[in-house]
Design a protein around this ligand. Structure first.
Ligand SMILES: O=c1[nH]cnc2c1ncn2[C@H]1C[C@H](O)[C@@H](CO)O1
Ligand SMILES: [Zn+2]
Length: 363
């Protein structure tokens, strides 16, 4: 099913909006406000936008990304990255990102982006990271501390800068950066190509996740977790390749699937994005429910709020519609996300004890 067959701008139940949420997988360059893109494009002289009408631009992104292919999904980012090349633009976009997530009830967010994609107008890698961090701090301040945001620095799988970005991550950790990731086209770019980056992170005791099991199957997840040492998996839905479901509903797990489940390797699941890239057919048959029932460390995420035309609340609502979930399931997903956050343990505990549990109890 294509998203365009689906009603846009999903109405969301009031309790879903109020529920405390945590997002581990949200791309900064996939979540800009459409009106901000239009303004920044005018200011920096970028003439490539498909339209200058913000509402039409939002629809354009979602439709263009709804292609059935990860490669075509990724092409849309040329327009967002084009307007993310100055300190002011990055700071503004990061501050608005924190505000938008907080307005949607997100209390903890890890937001990722690839610093190497923001160097076209002369910024250095360090300046990019400083600008985004300043924006996140400003956004947290504007929301009165309702949200905590940490950055993940992404290395692009088709380029050769991952070691440099891993070093950048280590240099900026404890100053707003919580970890590292690799993203981009999965086919032809296996994670082990970036082994030196992962080895540097391991030696430096630094957190990382890897996009895997989105466009390629379980072998990509195996490489990400067992060869590269990822603590979490971005998407990971194709772990179903290693699970056999029988007619009576029981399931057998292969060794990799068992390893992920038994070690609570968190899966950063992004249902709407999966429908667009062809990693899943529709919400009702999305593997998230099977994985949850089997005891995997499932977390629910947006991936790209603009490009996928979604929010955390809308992802929750899609799951309610498809599987009839109530608040207890979302409390599970949210708790699993905070437990898998790249934060010191006492901070994770504080978010669960002071924000998540009381928030769900009050619904
Ligand atoms: O879901 C994804 N899979 C692989 N790469 C992705 C996904 N969403 C965004 N990206 C890419 C495009 C962005 O420019 C980059 C850094 O955020 O990460
Ligand atoms: Zn992603």
């Amino acid at each position: 099913m294509h998203l365009s067959d689906n009603p846009a701008a999903q109405p969301v139940a009031d309790w879903i909006r109020r529920a405390p949420k945590a997002v581990l997988h949200d791309h900064l360059d996939g979540g800009l406000r459409p009106a901000t893109i239009v303004e920044l494009a005018r200011a920096c002289g970028y003439e490539g936008l498909p339209t200058e009408d913000p509402a039409a631009l939002a629809v354009w992104f979602r439709d263009a990304a709804d292609s059935g292919s990860l490669e075509r999904y990724l092409e849309t980012f040329a327009h967002t990255c084009a307007v993310m090349q100055t300190r002011e633009a990055l700071e503004r976009i990061a501050a608005e990102c924190a505000e938008d997530l907080a307005a949607d009830g997100v209390v903890y967010a890890e937001v990722r982006y690839a610093p190497e994609q923001h160097l076209e107008r002369g910024l250095t890698l360090d300046e990019v990271v400083d600008a985004v961090n300043a924006g996140f701090r400003e956004g947290e301040r504007r929301t009165g501390g309702k949200i905590t945001v940490r950055a993940l620095l992404t290395g692009m799988r088709h380029t050769d800068r991952s070691l440099e970005i891993a070093e950048l991550t280590v240099a900026h950790r404890d100053r707003g950066v919580a970890g590292f990731d690799i993203a981009g086209g999965e086919i032809g770019n296996p994670p082990a190509r970036h082994l030196p980056a992962f080895q540097h992170l391991k030696r430096s005791n630094c957190h990382f996740t890897i996009h895997a099991g989105e466009a390629v199957g379980a072998e990509s997840i195996h490489e990400a977790v067992q060869i590269c040492g990822a603590e979490r998996v971005g998407h990971g839905v194709r772990i179903t390749d290693d699970i056999t479901v029988h007619e009576d509903g029981t399931a057998d797990l292969g060794h990799l699937a068992s390893y992920l489940r038994d070690n609570r390797i968190a899966l950063e699941v992004c249902p709407t994005s999966n429908l667009q890239t062809g990693a899943a057919k529709d919400y009702a048959s999305h593997p998230i429910d099977l994985l949850r029932r089997l005891g995997f460390g499932v977390t629910l995420n947006t991936d790209n709020r603009l490009v996928s035309g979604t929010t955390m609340s809308e992802e929750f609502q899609h799951m309610v519609d498809a599987f009839g979930y109530g608040p207890e399931v979302f409390e599970q997903f949210t708790t699993a996300a905070v437990e898998a956050a790249f934060l010191p343990l006492p901070e994770r505990r504080r978010i669960i004890d002071e924000l998540v549990r009381p928030g769900y109890a009050a619904l």
